[in-house]
Design a protein around this ligand. Structure first.
Ligand code: SF4
Ligand code: SF4
Length: 92
């Protein structure tokens, strides 16, 4: 099957959102669901532990500006421990 590729006509007007990630480490239970669901691979398990001994997520080094504010991590977190807001510098 032939696959056709085309560039969107409005590509120059598309804005790529940028998000800031916030974490409440004490709520985290180390399930790693947010890490697995992040489409940009922004998150990884940290070496740090909260009071319950769970390893909470952290931002991957070099990916500090990679979050696209899709909010998947926030939606899937069962403990409401992670969320994002719209950061500055969304790229047109
Ligand atoms: S908002 Fe989306 S891109 Fe940003 S850390 Fe969460 S899942 Fe990843
Ligand atoms: S989904 Fe929530 S509870 Fe699970 S590792 Fe991520 S922040 Fe922690």
């Amino acid at each position: 099957m032939k696959v056709y590729d085309r560039t969107p006509l409005n590509l120059d007007r598309m804005v790529i959102p940028h998000g800031r990630v916030y974490l409440i480490p004490e709520r985290c239970k180390g399930c790693n669901i947010c890490i697995r669901f992040c489409p940009m691979q922004v998150l990884q398990e940290s070496k740090g532990q909260n009071a319950k001994g769970y390893h909470y997520p952290e931002i991957v080094e070099g990916k500090e500006d990679a979050c696209v504010h899709c909010q998947f991590c926030m939606i899937v977190c069962p403990e409401f421990a992670i969320y994002t807001d719209a950061g500055e510098g969304s790229t047109p």
